[in-house]
Design a protein. Structure first.
Ligand code: TEU
Ligand code: CA
Length: 553
């Protein structure tokens, strides 16, 4: 008798809850004021108890830290400030023992100006093979004193910096879409392609379960380096964003990932056009991409529903990802406490000009957390979101670290406000981030008022954000309806979102999520048991800015 066919295993990332861990700001093991791998290892039980399935680490490689580690000088090691490769190996093994998978950040668009290839390119001079791995060009104008074209750095200022040649003369210019310390690699160079394929294999062989690809739509450039007019849409005609040839790179990366079992590729791609975004998760390419339209969306039922529908329609079989926050954007409790609750990282000063109503923002962030964790697919949680940390907008100028601040001459405050070290315990800074005998203060100052948001203060508190995240993640893990699978919208009054999650093939019913974004309380269905709600019900009604998870009978 033939046995019943065994269904193929569901890939682990399809419904995973993934914790984004920004190492510099997570926990400092050795007291130098900077988070490190020892600090992460000491707190793995915290992450296991939180109920996450995987950790994505922001770059942990050797780096001069001109852009907090996104300027990498060695893609196969660990920065000494964070630890050693042996620490990383131990951390990967310990995380796996907790059932937690590991995703690492790979930055292929650019390296560090201290990367051996860039130093070799400087030394070798114009026309050399070493320079062909980057974008070196003579300048325009008299004596080549003007940049080769009009491209601007995403961090402000020109995207070109002039070098001094070995003989001391003013020389060629090199391209950097970000800071000058981050020269762009030339992806037309076979050396570059082979190098990164090898970097992928290096980390997969060490047991890493996934790769987050930084600035993934920017790698390929029009080799004629034309001026931009600012009207080119991302795509084949754009000189450097979302060009067609970038897909060939990810097809070969996918083949490498598939040659190891169960490894995942996620792209960081900021594209306004959902159809172009969807191409990256087409057949034979990336497994998932970050859902930035969802992150940028206002706290508005109609707008959110449109983004959710668009996300699910365009994922072409790839699991959706849901992300409220990351290390580049304002913290969610601050965003939702402003009169404009949308976000756009290119207009940060506009958003920072609004006053923040923190209690309102926190109530909405709680509701958004339950809405997000109920949607079909995987969810990303940026460290500190589970504590309800706010954007620190009043960091003294002289302590700001983000190159965006300096390169825009203070016009854009940059991203330091979402990168402030986590508060773990105690009544005053460093709130257990560093050991008691620490030699240095945390690398960014923590607000005194975070004493109420520490992990210790939150742990015993039934009303804390941490308790909500722990409860939600526990229910999400133990409910087959949640994570990957279908969803069905339910009819609702204006400003209310409601949908059912049911296990595949079982129709509707099961678990219902109701989010009230309207100004009036709404009734909940009679045939429901409330499993969890982001705030107290009042007289059996769901108040404004509150979400509930219901078990339907
Ligand atoms: O961010 C990429 C980035 O800055 C995008 O937001 C950019 O605005 C977009 O690609 C423009 O089209 C990543 C990292 O997340 C960030 O922390 C780094 O600073 C940056 O790359 C450079 O590595
Ligand atoms: Ca440290």
């Amino acid at each position: 008798m033939p046995s019943a066919p065994v269904p193929p295993p569901v890939p682990w990332w399809k419904g995973a809850a993934i914790y984004q861990l920004y190492v510099r700001s997570f926990a400092d093991g050795n007291g130098d004021g900077i988070g490190d791998l020892a600090g992460v290892r000491a707190h793995l039980p915290y992450l296991a108890a939180l109920g996450i399935d995987a950790i994505w680490f922001n770059p942990w490689y050797p780096s001069p830290m001109a852009d907090a580690g996104y300027d990498i000088s060695d893609y196969r090691s660990i920065d000494p400030v964070f630890g050693t490769l042996a620490d990383a190996d131990a951390l990967i093994a310990e995380a796996h023992a907790h059932g937690i998978r590991i995703i690492v950040d790979v930055v292929p668009n650019h390296g560090s100006d201290q990367h051996p290839w860039f130093l070799a390119a400087l030394a070798a001079g114009p026309g050399s093979a070493e320079r062909s791995r980057f974008w070196f060009r003579p300048g325009r104008g008299v004596n080549g004193s003007l940049p080769p074209n009009n491209w601007q750095s995403i961090f402000g200022g020109p995207a070109w910096t002039r070098v001094t040649e070995a003989d001391g003369s003013p020389g060629e210019w090199y391209l950097h879409l970000f800071a000058p310390e981050q020269p762009d690699f030339n992806w037309a160079s076979p050396d570059v392609r082979l190098e990164f394929e090898d970097v992928l294999r290096f980390w997969f062989a060490r047991g890493v379960d996934g790769i987050r690809i930084d600035s993934a739509a920017l790698l390929c450039k029009d080799a004629s380096l034309p001026d931009v007019t600012g009207t080119e849409p991302p795509g084949p005609a754009h000189p450097y964003t979302d060009r067609d040839d970038v897909h060939l790179i990810y097809q070969s990366w996918r083949a490498i990932a598939d040659s190891f079992a169960g490894r995942m590729l996620i792209g960081e791609i900021w594209l306004p056009d959902a159809a172009r975004l969807a191409r990256y998760v087409g057949p034979g390419e990336l497994h998932t991409v970050f859902n930035f339209p969802y992150l940028n969306c206002a706290w508005d039922a109609g707008a959110l529903r449109a983004v959710i529908d668009q996300t699910l329609a365009l994922s072409s079989g790839a699991p959706a990802t849901w992300v409220l926050s990351n290390h580049d954007v304002d913290r969610v409790v601050s965003r939702y406490g402003r009169a404009d609750t949308s976000f756009d990282l290119e207009r940060r000063p506009y958003f920072h000009a609004f006053p923040v109503d923190l209690p309102l923002g926190t109530r909405r962030a709680r509701a958004a957390a339950l809405l997000t964790m109920a949607l079909p697919g995987s969810v990303y949680i940026y460290q500190g979101e589970e504590l309800g940390l706010w954007e620190v907008q009043d960091i003294p100028d002289e302590l700001r670290q983000d190159p965006i601040w300096a390169r825009t001459h203070g016009a854009d405050p940059g991203r330091d406000g979402c990168r402030v070290p986590l508060p773990w315990s105690g009544m005053e800074p460093p709130f257990g981030f560093s050991p008691p005998d620490a030699a240095a203060a945390p690398w960014l100052p923590q607000p005194k008022d975070w004493r109420d948001l520490t992990v210790s203060a939150s742990s015993g508190n039934p009303d804390s954000m941490l308790t909500l995240y722990r409860d939600a993640l526990r229910i999400r893990r133990s409910s087959p309806e949640l994570g990957d699978g279908p969803m069905t919208w339910q009819p609702t009054p204006d400003g209310v979102l409601a949908f059912d999650r049911a296990p595949l093939g079982q129709g509707t019913g099961g678990l219902r999520c109701v989010a009230n974004l309207s100004a009036a309380p709404v009734a909940l269905p009679a045939n429901a048991v409330v499993l969890l709600s982001s705030g107290p019900l009042s007289g059996g009604l769901l108040p404004p800015d509150t979400t509930a998870w219901l078990r339907m009978s």
